[in-house]
Design a protein around this ligand. Structure first.
Ligand code: 5GP
Length: 113
């Protein structure tokens, strides 16, 4: 299987504006931001989508959410923000590596399209 674009970012083969990194995950700015703050938070382990998470990944998922919470604070999103996970083609997922979008810095509209 060819590497996904996110795996290449994890392996530092292509550049990204990294805002946070630890042994389990990486957070970097989206190349096509949809809000003043648009960060992607991804596990370093290759997991295709939410569908491929196993019951044993509960701690990893909790960790990812806590990283998102911390980043929202650090990036000045005191007025609120949105966390989005697109799953599968109908869900709008375009990169086959699990990722959370952290969006904020403007009033976000609802419902999404
Ligand atoms: P999805 O549509 O799969 O939920 O989100 C994928 C996101 O990855 C999109 O918002 C897209 O702009 C972003 N993206 C795609 N390729 C790259 C890249 O090479 N670098 C960065 N930083 N973001 C990317």
């Amino acid at each position: 299987m060819p590497k996904t674009i996110f795996k290449k970012i994890i392996d530092k083969e292509i550049p990204a504006q990294i805002v946070y990194e630890d042994d389990q995950c990486l957070a970097f700015r989206d190349v096509a931001p949809q809000a003043p703050v648009h960060v992607l938070v991804i596990p370093k382990r290759e997991i295709v989508s939410l569908n491929e998470l196993s019951d044993g990944d509960a701690e990893l998922v909790a960790h990812l959410y806590l990283v998102i919470r911390n980043l929202a604070r650090e990036l000045g999103l005191a007025n609120g923000y949105r966390v989005v996970l697109n799953c599968g083609r109908d869900g709008g997922q375009s990169v086959d590596h699990l990722h959370f979008h952290l969006l904020g810095g403007r009033q976000l509209t609802w419902p999404p399209g």
